[in-house]
Write a protein that binds this ligand. Structure first.
Ligand code: GAL
Length: 633
């Protein structure tokens, strides 16, 4: 795994570039990402390119032996461009333009902006496409960041109508699929259909689901246009995009298919603070991040792009964007780096080289302070570099467990949650965490993945069952767990004929006759677990495998397939993982709180995420906080 950093030469006097480059190399870095926000410096006036500074920046970095990841600057269109076509900005759900003055102020559907993006990417690729220092391209930056996947502009509305016409052929077919007879929502032509915002109460969920599918397709198409240009003008150079954490607003599997490797931006402390974690967990892991946050995304993104992946932005200290922004415990930056390596990353690049003394991110730490002195993370980068050199290149073996993750599942559940605390991402994360706490390695895969070689398959929830999926599960021999709401909707967001779990009924003969959601704080006891948030009534000739204390069925089993009809709490997940592992002949390890284990093909990595020393039985030794143990397998 190579180490790198995110660098903005345009932020610093040219006189210090060479010293920066030398210091990067001396620290053990070999990759530098630049350029992704530099449009106003690359093209200060329409059609007038200023390549001089970028030529010199690339030469300076290359001169120090560094390779460059060059970003296309399309996340930050310059003011002159917005002035020229003011309608290129996205429109939010309440109808307000998302104006100039920060970033990502564009609508994925705007044809004029897309043409401008093709132009700037072509210019950049013509200039640097065959430059020997360019190791990789990054398209744009964090598609969807700052809530920018959905736009309700005229451009988006118009593109949506075309998308619907291609999908349905006739307005009658659309009306039938969506059930528009309900509330007299029928359309006579595609031209009559608007995006599903600004309705009096909720819009038709089928309308929303198609709008999300459409918006996701727009992101993929926007990315693909850049990829095609880069492939033509920069043959053989890898292309990536940097994805985000806990973010499912577009289909990353679709974008991942068009690029060479998926990268993602890892901010474990920011994510712990911003997402659903309990107060006690936020306190216990304040300066380390929850032990599964980074790992979950490593495994998710490894599954998005054929196995090749990396970390494009690694948190090096306090960030600026969470509600509260603690500093990592000493050791954590090195630990996060090594965890990425353990999951098979090709690179980990720190965000950013030097903290900016100006503008929006001046409170965001870097490897250097604004005065160029070394910040706290820097010695840890050297440590990580030394460990990496010591253990040598790592490769990833197929994990024994597959966790099936679907972006469409996140949309379907988010559109009609039915219970405010039913969060798909949280459910998938909890299932992942339950597996990882028992020392299992996990591949997170798309529903269309080949599952045949896995020894256990977990589907946290999959409301819409793709063609062939039920048959694929039925044909497996290993234990399979299906979570609540699986098979509960059709492609058109309807309740399936014969009720849920729809297409899965051949795999497990049961019928969900009713669902209910439970407010926070309600916990209905079972034997060692509790039912919270969600439960389903199930009719079946099968006797339940597990019931709650009142005798209501919780889990059903038919051969190798289980169906869990409730939101599984941690204890229930633990119980199910234990049963399935026993059936699969997989050994489990009881990892103490805060300890995690991940194996590469050649090494076993044990990490202590706890804020205190922990005795680790499988090692027979105590690990200090934020420390690791790496041994050949
Ligand atoms: C990422 C983004 C970077 C920077 C960073 C700060 O979301 O890609 O440009 O803003 O966050 O943590």
């Amino acid at each position: 795994m190579k180490l790198g950093c995110c660098y903005y030469p345009e932020h610093w006097p040219e006189a210090i570039w060479a010293d920066d480059a030398r210091r990067m190399r001396d620290m053990g870095l070999s990759l530098v990402r630049i350029g992704e926000f530099a449009w106003s410096r690359i093209e200060p006036e329409p059609g007038r390119y200023d390549w001089g500074w970028l030529d010199r920046a690339i030469e300076t970095l290359a001169g120090a032996g560094l390779k460059v990841i060059l970003g296309t600057p399309t996340a930050t269109p310059p003011k002159w461009l917005v002035e020229r076509m003011p309608d290129m900005v996205a429109i939010d759900a309440s109808g307000r333009p998302r104006g100039f003055g920060s970033r990502r102020h564009y609508c994925f559907s705007h044809e004029g902006y897309r043409a401008e993006c093709r132009r700037i990417v072509t210019a950049l690729a013509e200039r640097y496409g065959r430059h020997p220092a360019i190791a990789m391209w990054q398209t744009d930056n964090e598609y969807g960041c700052h809530d920018t996947v959905l736009s309700f502009s005229d451009a988006a509305a118009c593109a949506f109508r075309g998308w619907l016409a291609a999908r349905y052929g006739t307005p009658q077919a659309l009306n039938a699929a969506w059930g528009n007879v309900f509330w007299s929502m029928e359309y006579r032509s595609f031209a009559e259909v608007d995006p599903p915002h600004r309705t009096v109460t909720e819009a038709n969920p089928a309308h929303w689901l198609d709008y999300r599918r459409f918006a996701s397709d727009q992101v993929a198409r926007f990315n693909r246009e850049q990829v095609e240009i880069l492939r033509a003008l920069s043959p053989g150079v890898d292309i990536t995009h940097n994805f985000m954490g806990f973010f499912a607003e577009f289909d990353h599997h679709a974008v991942g298919r068009d690029i060479d490797l998926a990268t993602w931006d890892s901010y474990p402390l920011g994510f712990l603070e911003q997402f659903w974690f309990a107060k006690e967990e936020k306190a216990a892991y304040l300066r380390q991040g929850h032990p599964d946050i980074a790992a979950f995304h490593h495994d998710l993104y490894r599954g998005c792009s054929g196995g090749r992946w990396g970390v494009m932005e690694q948190q090096p200290g306090p960030v600026n964007w969470a509600r509260f922004n603690p500093a990592p415990l000493p050791g954590m930056v090195a630990l996060w780096t090594l965890e990425a390596c353990a999951h098979g990353a090709e690179l980990t690049s720190y965000f950013r080289w030097r903290q900016a003394p100006f503008a929006q991110e001046q409170m965001h730490a870097g490897l250097l302070r604004p005065d160029s002195s070394e910040a706290e993370a820097t010695p840890e980068v050297r440590t990580a570099a030394a460990v990496l050199a010591d253990i040598g290149p790592q490769t990833t073996a197929r994990a024994p467990v597959a966790l099936v993750f679907a972006y469409e599942a996140a949309w379907a559940i988010g559109i009609q949650p039915q219970g405010a605390s039913f969060r798909y991402l949280e459910l998938a994360f909890e299932a992942y965490s339950a597996l990882r706490q028992r020392g299992l390695d996990i591949d997170i895969v798309a529903p269309d993945a080949d599952l045949a070689a896995y020894r256990m398959v977990v589907v946290p929830s999959l409301p819409i069952i793709p063609d062939g999926f039920a048959e694929k599960l039925a044909a497996l021999a290993c234990p399979v767990l299906l979570g609540p709401r699986s098979g509960s909707k059709t492609e058109s967001f309807r309740i399936p004929e014969g009720l849920a779990p729809g297409a899965l009924r051949d795999a497990i003969p049961l019928t969900v006759t009713r669902v209910e959601s439970l407010r926070e704080g309600i916990a209905e006891p079972g034997d060692g677990f509790a039912v919270t948030r969600w439960r389903e009534d199930v009719a079946s000739d099968l006797a339940p495998e597990l019931t709650d204390a009142a005798g209501r069925g919780v889990v059903w089993r038919h051969g190798h397939i289980r169906y869990c009809a409730v939101w599984p709490d941690r204890a229930l997940l633990r119980l199910l993982v234990a049963r399935m592992a026993a059936e699969a002949g997989l050994d489990l390890i009881d990892l103490p709180e805060g300890i995690r284990l991940r194996r590469s093909a050649s090494h076993a990595f044990t990490f202590n995420y706890a804020a205190q020393p922990v005795f680790v039985p499988h090692l027979g030794e105590t690990l200090a906080p934020a420390s690791w143990h790496i041994a050949p397998r």
